[in-house]
Ligand binder design. Sequence first.
Ligand code: DPP
Ligand code: ZN
Length: 875
Amino acid sequence: PLTIYRKDYTAPSYLVDTVELGFDLDPARTIVANRLTMRRNPASAQREIELYGEDIELVALRLNGKALGKREYRLDGNLLRIPNAPEEVTLEIETLCAPEKNTALSGLYVSNGNFITQCEAEGFRRITFFPDRPDVMAKYTVMLRADKERYPVLLSNGNLVDEGMLPDGRHYAKWEDPFLKPSYLFALVAAKLVCQEEKFKLADGREALLQVWVEEGNLDKTDYAMQSLKKSIRWDEERFGLELDLDRFMIVATGDFNMGAMENKGLNIFNTKYVLANPRVATDIDFQGIEAVVGHEYFHNWTGNRVTCRDWFQLSLKEGLTVFRDQEFSGDMIGTSTGRAVNRIDQVRTLRAAQFPEDAGPMAHPVRPDSFVEINNFYTVTVYEKGAEVVRMYQTLLGREGFRKGMDLYFERHDGQAVECDDFRRAMADANDRNLDQFERWYSQAGTPVVRAQMRYDEQQHAVELTLSQSCPATPGQPEKLPFHIPVAVGLVGRDGRDIPLVIDDQERGTTTVLELTGAEQTFRFTSVPQQPVPSILRDFSAPVVLEYDYSDEDLLHLFSHDSDPVNRWEAGQRLAMERLLRLTEDVTAGSRLQLDDTFIEAMRKVLTDESLGPAFREQALLLPTESMIAEQTDVVHPLSIHMARQFVRSSIGNRLRAELLAAYDANQTPGQYSPDAESIGKRALKNLALGYLAAASDDEGIALAERQFDEADNMTDRAAALGALVHARAPAAQRALQGFYDEFEKEALVVDKWFAMQASSPSTDVAAVRELMKHPAFTMKNPNRARSLVFNFCMANPVQFHVPDGSGYAFWAEQVMALDALNPQVAARLARAMDRWRRYAPALQAHMKQALKQVNGLKKLSNDVREVVSKALA
Ligand code: DPP
Ligand code: ZN
């Protein structure tokens, strides 16, 4: 397959001014008429018109009114070229496609009888021939025609300008989008749907019509999405002075969707997972996900749509920035400072669990990649979450106001343009008179930097010298790295547990200061430090790095009890736990007796019973690092040893803190009407964590509690937590509960997904059991949510069974990747990534994994998507 390089970028040969699209919608045979006005781009030396088309049939092609003969254009694969075209051109293109056959869910497809589109990144070319690249921005008019009975609702971007009946029982709707947009933001929906709608007053007094469209039976699950949308609009006005620029903003939910959601101009299309919720079917995490994703897609309207990407290498320009914005939104919605910290801790967890491994594996790439085979493979945690960390660092370096100034300048300069990550950095630098040249390396260098810290206390001088050094491991194609510009937020915690006021160069710097590490090694000197402190480094996780510091257990216990920075307070607990988990993992492998020290248990007891800490924070502090996080810290990964070590710690906590856990369980009930506010979510989280530990203990009390909770719960959060506890503890009641759960929620697709997911990730579910579950009538590979719930969860969230020594888990993986690839390459390539870290396992497992990878790679008929992932894994 062809590799595309960032350095090869050239400007488009022709620009498009207007696009008029006509659709005659039919599942088997949709006719698309496309009328484009184009003109030669003065910035390009090229004189050929270049249009992309994929899986569509070209029926007619006219240039300035005249049909083009076979000699007047060339169609090679997906590229249609028209040489020697005049300066100004009107192109008329007629094509055919078959939406019902489109299982890739890219372009125009059918979902439960409804027409839906997904065009990012390169799906528009599966609808019509077009210069399908983000730097071609045009004005769109769209005419939809379809059967009125089957497709009563016809939607596209922008404003509805006309609608009516056609003589043959069909109806039509005409939509006009007043804004310039790239083709990846085009969307249409023709469907049988109903909506919740509301008029909403914008900051400037205008009224906008907000709609959430769903299938008929789901109208009882749209409130939270609507609320989240209104909160998002308000927040963007207040925090960034950005207003909704349309009279109408629509969200449409579909059950068949590759991603989470899509920010099409004025017509966001969402995976049902991020729209539908009520207490009966959705968990707290689902509610939080809806708020975050509704916000994310809405915020794209400015960061993505009004200012878009010049090319797909710049994807993080819109994604990193928009994730940062949705993170800040979620934080502001919680409001309290510990609430915000819990939110931040969640972000750190995601980075460690998913982005750090990616950055250390065969698919490692910079936030702004230099090359790719298939862009769909680069919608990654690096581009999104690390990209958001990079944006966050601007705010850490420049302050909130400075960051806002940079944002204002960015929009002032680039509204209506398709730009690069560098343009964003320049806006931040220029608005603040700062040199951010070195900061560019965060975009160009892959890999997770390691910051090593050493502290020396000078008794005589009452001074602390903190030496910070940095390095970054090699990544594919990048053997050597240059130093990054790293903001390191630091505090010094005194013996009394209080922060010591910081003084550097006779300047008072408060109790937390941001040090800027730009060289390979730098020493910072703090004066007026009365006694040897414990340093609290990388407060609020001020940079996406690994921090190394030789903390003693006493240091960590001190920070765990006192650090004023809640993120580092949590971090101290994680370090204490990780150290023990790693040692216990070795003990399991060596067959030694397992023991957990009182010190650790006492630290956990203290946090669990500290009423001054909110329940949400206590839950985070008591949560152990995941098995995959532990795996990342070991040289040779033994999944079973890791699992057993972690289980041992869980059951030890359950046994030795039984009384405290029971007390926490009782104290954190949330009687009365369910509400997904931060406070109640925190209580349920702590209560259900306690339940999990109790269920892992050696007596039956926890199991009995889980059974009771399962039977009595009036909301899905408690229901699912109880069922999960039963299933994971292999309780005798688990089967009965699973059956009851299925019977009750059979008609709720998102709950059935949970049902599959819970079993797929349970260590009691082996390969044979997964195969059995795949035969369940409710299972289908064609629906991405369903495939993810069962097959992905087994391969990615059930390490013990996936990595069984005989390699049968890997054979299963190969089979499923190949099966999925024939249906949906984009989703198949995600599953392919389950093998990313194969080189870190014991040689016997490696051999099986390599064989499975080779089997997939050996397939002649394989998508570029999967090919890229497996060939990079094998390289
Ligand atoms: N749907 C994806 C997102 O919003 C791609 N833009 O991040
Ligand atoms: Zn996005």
